[in-house]
Write a protein that binds this ligand. Structure first.
Ligand code: ZN
Length: 239
């Protein structure tokens, strides 16, 4: 299992609080946890050539984790197309938090992916709706984050194939926080938490969800896709 953790890596270099929480970037914190749990991990960031997402890199990637916010528009359309074709081909994809507005997530969803939000360090309760789902493995009934940014409905996404989690916020809003999709042969799990001024990726339960999602989204070694009818037909056809 090879995981690539992609981060735009802007807030942590430009702002004090994100730098305190993630001195080497969120991608470093996330990948350190994954390595501790036995995953083979590479990181990639926006400023690298081709944003670190070359054809060779994606070819080796089973699951791509993505964090973006301020620089969505700086991600090149060519790279977005390349990532999309790998997802359709079976690569797993885990967009986190503000990646809801990334070019790649919007391209996969086909909707605006807009939502409402508020930065007030309020409490969030993430309720697990599907306790039998692979992504719920080892979790309690809910995950409580004492201080988070609020994301509220409506979240302009297509109806998820499976809605695994829903969040309640202290201010009264609710939000679909854990959404599973299939696109082509690829599996996608959008996971809401991850605001850059909160220690979200230092939270064991959050990281458990991300690891479970990686396991769930891993490619399956299924049959090659064929878009041509078998010639000649395998059985004789009525004249
Ligand atoms: Zn945020």
């Amino acid at each position: 299992m090879h995981v690539t953790v992609w981060n735009e890596y802007v807030h942590e270099q430009q702002e004090e609080r994100p730098r305190e929480l993630y001195p080497d970037g969120m991608h470093a914190t996330i990948s350190a946890d994954l390595r501790e749990h036995g995953y083979d991990v590479t990181t990639a960031t926006l400023d690298e050539p081709e944003h670190g997402l070359t054809e060779e890199m994606l070819e080796e990637t089973d699951v791509l984790v993505w964090w973006g916010h301020r620089k969505h528009d700086a991600v090149s359309d060519d790279v977005v197309e390349r990532v999309k074709s790998h997802i359709l081909d079976g690569m797993g994809f885990i967009p986190l938090h503000s990646s809801h507005e990334s070019k790649i997530f919007k391209a996969l969803m086909g909707t605006t992916c807009e939502l409402s939000w508020r930065e007030a360090d309020e409490r969030e309760r993430i309720w697990i709706l599907e306790p039998g789902h692979q992504i719920a493995e080892g979790l309690d009934q809910q995950i409580v984050l004492e201080e988070t940014e609020m994301y509220g409905e409506r979240f302009d996404i297509p109806e998820p194939d499976t809605l695994v989690m829903v969040s309640w916020f202290e201010g009264g809003e609710v939000f679909r926080s854990g959404c599973c999709y299939r696109r082509g042969s690829g599996k996608i799990f959008y996971f809401r938490p991850g605001h850059e001024t909160c220690p979200i990726f230092h939270n064991d339960e959050v990281m458990r969800v991300i690891r479970n999602a990686i396991d769930w989204a891993a490619p399956v070694d299924g049959p090659d896709v064929q878009f041509e009818a078998v010639e000649p037909p395998l059985e004789s056809l009525d004249e």
